[in-house]
Structure formats: structure tokens, C-alpha cells
Design a binder for this molecule. Sequence first.
Ligand code: 5GP
Length: 195
Amino acid sequence: MNKGRLIIFSAPSGCGKGTMIAEILKDNNYRCSVSATTRKPREKEVHGVNYYFMTDEEFEQKIKENAFLEYAGYCKHYYGTLFSEVDDYLEKGINVILEIEVQGAMKVMQQRPDSVSIFVAPPSINELRRRLKKRNTETDEVIEQRVAEASNELAQAKKYNYIIVNDVLEDAVSDFFAVMRAEKLKSEFAGDIIE
Ligand code: 5GP
């Protein structure tokens, strides 16, 4: 049986990444890793489903235990990917999506060169600000912080294998599956057929 692929999926917040992932997860061959974070849960977010919500002390204890494939600081909080969310699933042939920001993505690209990295970009920064305001989950100050962070992240998009612009959701999702289909056809993954 072929192993699953590790997929690094980064997008500035407000890019519609959540909606895209919800569409992708309708396919049972994919799962999204549940990250640990020290930020407070938003309304409707559930521990163990959206994130493992931790205190700084709990997070730092996990760092000491080497429980993280990667972790990073983002807008004054820790975010990290636990090994336990990734490797068992890959072994079972399931593709695992890491929804992570740019610093963490760079670490995973180095440690797991066989991963596929995808950056999801908004049609424009103004459109991104509009979407964040419409979502109405953050204060104006936090929105501006996130818009600034998004501009920094966009500057790094070219370090990813693929860039998908999320203007029309269905097109972006279909681009994602096109990428995965092409990846599957790469000669380096044809080992089982052609020895
Ligand atoms: P949010 O607070 O909006 O849920 O997430 C903020 C940022 O943290 C997003 O860019 C998200 O992709 C990123 N993020 C979520 N989980 C992880 C993680 O485990 N590691 C890293 N490096 N970034 C993460």
C-alpha cells in the first residue's frame, strides 16, 4: 500500500482556507491534522476538533518532550503540529493536511522534503481585509495585525511548490485536486509499478 502524502497548506487568515479544507475533507483519503495552540478558543471552536487548546506551560512541556514536528509563534501565541497527528495516518495511506503558517511550513519543507507545499493566496489584500471584517470574529486592531502578517506571508509564497488563488471556491478546490493528481503521477512515486 502506498503511504499518504504530507500536505503543507498555508494561507493568510481570511483567505477562505477553512472553507476550502471543508470541501477537500469530503474525500475520505484526506484528513487535517489538529494543531495545538495557546490562543483562546473562538466561539464554536471545540477542543480536540479545531485545536488542542493549551496553556503556555502545557505547550512548553510538549516542546520538551519533542512532541512537535514543528511549532511557531504567531500573533503572540504558540501553534504547533504534534507528531501523533501525522505519522500514523500517513502509514495508513491517508493524506494529511497541515494547515500552518509560513515559519512552520519552512521547517516542515526542510524536515520532510517529500511533502507537497501549497500556498493559498487571496485575490488581493483589500479583498482579504474585507473578508476578515465580514467574518466579524476579531477586533479592528487584530484584523490589521493579521492583514500585516498576510502581506509578509504573501512575500514568501514563491517558496511553496504551488500557489492557488482562492477567488472562486470551486475553482480553488479543483486546483487542489489537480495538484494532488499530478503529484501522484510523478515518476518518483511510481516505485510500486516500475522497479
Ligand atoms: P488561527 O488563529 O486563525 O486559527 O490561526 C492563525 C495561524 O496559525 C494560521 O495561519 C494557521 O494556519 C496557523 N497555524 C495553525 N496551526 C498551526 C500549527 O500547528 N503550526 C503552525 N506553524 N501554524 C499553525
